[in-house]
Write a protein that binds this ligand. Structure first.
Ligand SMILES: Nc1ncnc2c1ncn2[C@@H]1O[C@H](COP(=O)(O)OP(=O)(O)OP(=O)(O)O)[C@@H](O)[C@H]1O
Length: 319
């Protein structure tokens, strides 16, 4: 069981320190060459992706990119037009595979007149070895609302209940389709801590989100989809560095160098001033900084930043 201590420990882990064993253990779930067509609309266009044990994989992409369709194929809710979906090495419709899966979907509709605790009891009954009710209530932060009807809850509280139902069966693989929509910042951070705690217990999580800082904060790996194809894949840091190749990095400092001099340096694409602070953008930031320090001994308050994941995402999916 995840203890509060484990949650707190994981919370303090630095993003860069998140690693997942890269051994060739079989994938927990995989789409291989999957195309999904709805009439003339191609929702997935030959995509392959796989989930490794114990990782949090974030699926990013603009509206209509194919994120929910990917999840629905992996859940066995829809069949690929071609290609294969496998979960624990089996067809996702196989009952023994399903018993190890939990899901929180965007379109989840559950009866409004039923109490939270009754929903939990019902979901627990679907699984062979569910978590104790008190554990589900604690993980999903449902203390005090167990006896309320689902329909009487706020949007954020409903999301927490759906998360609780997704983990009720103590599944090894959890799909979370935009899990923090409608949550305030505190609730969102609480859910992040729980997702980290799940991964720390060896659970595998596939998450879709439009909150790019969420992927940055949680994911071991990010797969970016656009128009049904995988357009980028890597750690959040790798995705950002791919984009810094195209976008450049920003060098901020106090310097006496003129705009003209700054523009003359290696691969500079922008020079901006705000008060005393100069911001220079270049894809060869190290070379530019070396040259700036050589020419200006008084250069101070130096700071170099990579594009945010948000900028990287827009760059990768534009066009
Ligand atoms: N049942 C369906 N019938 C027809 N077209 C569909 C159906 N389901 C999805 N699509 C289309 O397939 C494409 C991919 O949809 P999908 O829901 O997978 O995207 P998404 O990345 O999850 O988008 P969003 O971020 O808006 O949730 C979209 O163009 C969508 O309109």
């Amino acid at each position: 069981m995840a203890s509060v201590q484990a949650v707190q420990t994981m919370d303090s882990v630095d993003t860069a320190a998140r690693t997942v064993e890269s051994s060739p253990r079989p994938a927990v779930a995989a789409l291989t060459g999957v195309t999904k067509r709805y009439g003339a609309m191609t929702a997935l266009d030959g995509i392959s992706l796989s989930l490794r044990p114990g990782e949090v994989l974030a699926l990013l992409g603009p509206n209509g990119a194919g994120k929910s369709t990917s999840i629905r194929c992996l859940l066995g809710l829809i069949a690929p037009t071609s290609g294969t979906a496998r979960v624990f090495g089996q067809d996702p419709r196989n009952a023994s595979a399903r018993a190890r899966i939990g899901a929180m979907l965007q379109v989840a509709r559950i009866p409004e007149a039923i109490k939270v605790k009754e929903h939990i009891d019902l979901f627990r009954s679907y699984y062979p070895q569910p978590l104790p009710v008190a554990e589900i209530v604690r993980i999903a932060g449902l203390e005090g609302i167990e006896d309320r009807q689902f329909g009487a809850l706020s949007g954020g509280q409903k999301q927490r209940v759906l998360f609780g139902l997704a983990v009720a069966g103590d599944p090894d693989l959890i799909f979370l389709d935009e899990p923090t929509v409608g949550m305030d910042i505190e609730a969102r951070r609480g859910l992040w801590a729980q997702i980290r705690a799940l991964a720390a217990r060896g659970k595998t999580v596939l998450l879709t989100t439009h909150y790019l800082e969420e992927a940055d904060a949680l994911a071991h790996r990010v797969v970016v989809l656009n128009k049904g194809r995988v357009v980028s894949e890597g750690t959040p840091a790798e995705i950002k560095s791919q984009a810094s190749g195209a976008l450049g990095r920003k060098i901020r400092c106090h310097t006496g160098l003129s705009d003209e001099t700054l523009w003359s340096l290696d691969s500079v694409t922008a020079v901006a001033r705000q008060g005393d602070v100069v911001t220079v953008t270049s894809v060869r930031a190290e070379a530019v900084v070396r040259e700036m320090l050589r020419r200006d001994e008084g250069l101070a308050n130096l700071e170099i930043t990579s594009p945010a994941l948000e900028d990287a995402f827009l760059e990768i999916t534009k066009g």
